[in-house]
Design a protein. Structure first.
Lengths: 91, 288
């Protein structure tokens, strides 16, 4: 994964936004993952076209994100989603 | 499949009457003793299940769930990897069912009950009324209904035992219904091993997500946490002719959210004494 990678949402989960939280549930009704407000913001901007670099720009425009470490945080975050099968990353 | 019916047991869940036509009179009598469901002669059966047993079939592993891994195709369904299979035409309200005989005796009857949950949901009335079954013990306390839910081992049966001074609706499966702008919790005949049930219903005053703790304590739960916890305890609202899908999960979410709009959801940690009722009275303002 690099900053040119493009995350693509996988549609094998039911996704529900409750308050500021985004919840992913599998067919058994088990919660697989939940995202806080910032995670939910990133999730909402994943459109299958925007690169990690683009997402970082959107994140910085919306939130007061420190320059140092934010790319690593975003990469780690999307790596976790990829591990759970919630997104696929196109190189 | 050929079904020779020797006796029937009828059970009532809300307004839905499920008639189980058994291949042997002894089985029908055993079901009657197990469910002890009070059904009036005048109650019309909503759905008829023509049961046959499969005693000599392939010995399959008995699953925990008849909801997961279910297949439905052209009026034929299989559940639990084939331990239960049958024919059902949507809307016709009668089912021909062949069941691995092991599911009809001992504790495994609880697994068979999962088929009956789906029979309940096959009654269109339950969809239109937004009724659902929930893994919970239900108690009426000073005329108000309380639901205690949580995963296996969280203490649903313990709560029921500790609440014996109050009418207990069930210690495992209760019915929740949205009706006339209110939410009701009702008795169900399920989990026939628990005999001290009261056939009644009451307006639902609060829902508790329970856990064992070192002292009694109650905390209001946030919306998202409560929804995800309830999601796992609401019995999936699918009829016999439906398999679980993303739509089912969305529907469960909708039910959980509708419930939360009308009724507060709390986390309750409790110890093994009835003192948690004092906490509930304090937090929920129940008058004695």
């Amino acid at each position: 994964m690099n900053m040119k990678s493009i995350p693509v949402k996988q549609d094998c989960f039911t996704v529900r936004v409750i308050d500021d939280e985004t919840i992913f549930v599998n067919e058994k009704g088990d919660m697989l993952h939940s995202l806080n407000e910032t995670g939910s913001f990133i999730w909402s901007r994943i459109d299958g076209k925007t690169t990690l670099e683009g997402l970082l720009g959107l994140l910085r425009a919306e939130y007061d994100v420190p320059a140092a470490g934010s790319a690593e945080d975003l990469t780690r975050f999307l790596g976790e989603l990829e591990e759970k099968g919630i997104v696929r990353l196109l190189e | 499949m050929d079904v020779n019916n020797e006796g029937a047991c009828r059970i009532k869940v809300g307004s839905t009457v499920i008639e189980i036509q058994c291949p042997a009179r002894g089985l029908a009598e055993r079901f009657k003793r197990y469910f002890r469901s009070p059904v009036e002669e005048s109650d019309t059966s909503t759905i008829a299940v023509f049961l046959d047993t499969d005693a000599n079939g392939k010995r399959r592993r008995i699953p925990d769930s008849l909801f997961i891994g279910k297949s439905v195709e052209k009026g034929f369904f299989t559940m639990g990897g084939g331990v239960l299979r049958g024919d059902y035409v949507s809307g016709k309200m009668d089912v021909k069912l062949r069941v691995d005989a092991r599911l009809l005796s001992g504790r495994l009857v609880r697994i068979f009950e999962q088929f009956l949950y789906q029979a309940f949901y096959s009654d269109p009335v339950n969809r239109s009324r937004n009724s659902f079954l929930i893994h919970a013990s239900g108690v009426i306390h000073n005329g108000k209904g309380f639901v205690f839910t949580g995963p296996s081992g969280s203490g649903k049966s313990t709560i029921a035992k500790l609440s014996a001074e109050n009418p207990v609706l069930n210690d495992e499966i209760c019915l929740v219904t949205f009706e006339g702008g209110r939410v009701w919790v009702s008795y169900t005949p399920f989990n026939g091993f628990f005999k001290k049930k009261t056939e009644s219903r009451a307006p639902l005053n609060a829902v508790f997500l329970i856990s064992h703790g070192k002292k009694h304590s109650i905390l209001r739960m946030d919306h998202a946490k409560a929804s995800t916890a309830l999601l796992q305890q609401i019995v999936p609202p699918i009829g016999i002719d439906e398999a679980i899908s993303g739509d089912t999960i969305s529907r469960i979410f909708d039910l959980a959210e509708s419930l939360q709009k009308k009724v507060p959801v709390y986390g309750l940690a409790f110890t093994r004494d009835a003192g948690f009722w004092n906490e509930i009275d304090r937090v929920c303002g129940v008058d004695r």
